[in-house]
Design a protein around this ligand. Structure first.
Ligand code: SF4
Length: 351
């Protein structure tokens, strides 16, 4: 099943056959470094407030890659921004804990959080060129980060910056150091952003749609790069994407989000082989297949406006299996097996 998923892979794009990528083993790679517990976030406006995360629980181990998948507006990016302390008004964390290496990040002051952000937790974004300062060369930005986080200056900083660019697969690093963002292709800019994120040797990388804005060949290369960084650096990652192909190729575990909550979570192989939640089944049915052809299915309806979150199970207006209880009671996450959790009143009947 996992192999059926079309990925951001140039070989698949051209001939329909998956090209092998270093496989994720689906197991916890090390000790837990991040535990998000019951995270709640609201958007507060002068005359109203909207719950956008309704009790998210997530954990990540050393060297593990956890994917978060869901449609736009499901809360994926808000979760990542909350973890790294970049959530800005009107967003506000209203409850829960974010334990990173045993420390609750939500209790830290701005200076303490600044020290962790970039130093131990880094983030890359969908549009790398927009994330780089257009008036500075790649070299200047990298040297500033190396000074800030490692105290490196002069020749040592220049040498380390070139090493980082080479490490992310950029040819002729010395030339790239002299370039401005507008002189980089999308793939080069994303590699430069990843080099910046790695400058302080973080333990956790948050990647928000890291390959979405890139063409299919470059998407595949960025996936390979993130996979290699896990192997070489034991770098834990949270990869946010709407692309199930990225999840299939890169991640060990996946959390499916809908309307501000995780509705299913499992090791990737298991999620694809024993899908339980009707929303996840809809996402899988809507995916691009590498074979079989035919029209793509789609999930009827739209992600709810969070100002009018449906009562009960938020997915019930779009769910073909909704019954009375679905419209009145919100299902909690239950374990169907030790590492598979699902939030659906009817998952046992629907297997
Ligand atoms: Fe569908 Fe009900 Fe399950 Fe929600 S709880 S996904 S409405 S069957």
């Amino acid at each position: 099943m996992k192999e059926d998923i079309a990925v951001a892979n140039p070989e698949i794009a051209s001939n329909g056959e998956p090209l092998s990528v270093p496989a994720a083993d689906g197991g916890l790679a090390g000790k837990e470094i991040l535990r998000v517990e019951n995270l709640e976030v609201e958007f507060r406006f002068p005359d109203s407030s909207v719950t956008v995360l309704a009790g998210v629980n997530l954990d990540v181990a050393e060297g593990e890659i956890v994917g978060i998948v869901g449609e736009s507006g499901s809360g994926k990016s808000v979760t990542a921004l909350s973890i790294i302390g970049l959530l800005r008004p009107p967003g506000i964390v209203t409850g829960g804990r974010i334990q990173f290496c045993g420390q609750n990040l939500l209790e830290l002051g701005a200076d303490e959080m600044q020290a962790i952000r970039g130093e131990r937790i880094s983030m890359i974004f969908q549009n790398p060129r927009a994330s780089l300062n257009p008036v500075f060369t790649v070299g200047k930005v990298l040297r500033e980060v190396l000074l800030l986080h490692g105290g490196l200056r002069g020749g040592a900083a220049r040498m380390r910056a070139a090493e980082l660019l080479a490490d992310v697969g950029l040819p002729d690093p010395d030339a790239v150091l002299r370039r401005y963002p507008h002189q980089l292709s999308g793939g080069m800019a994303q590699r430069a952003m990843i080099a910046l994120a790695l400058a302080s040797s973080p333990q956790l990388l948050l990647a928000d749609e890291p390959s979405t804005a890139l063409d299919v060949t470059i998407q595949y290369q960025i996936i390979q790069l993130l996979s290699r960084l896990r192997k070489d650096r034991n770098l834990a990652q949270i990869v946010i994407t709407h692309n199930l192909g990225v999840i299939a190729e890169l991640c060990d575990r996946v959390a499916v989000m809908y309307a501000g909550a995780i509705v299913e979570e499992a090791p990737v192989e298991r999620l694809f082989d024993e899908t339980l939640h009707p929303y996840t089944k809809g996402l899988l049915a809507a995916r691009a297949r590498t074979e079989g052809g035919g029209e793509l299915e789609s999930i009827p309806g739209q992600v709810p406006d969070m100002k009018r979150r449906p009562a009960g199970c938020a997915f019930h207006p779009r769910c073909a299996f909704a019954t009375k209880i679905c419209r009145s009671e919100s299902p909690g996450l239950e374990s169907s097996s030790p590492r598979h959790r699902v939030a659906c009143h009817r998952w046992r009947e629907l297997i």
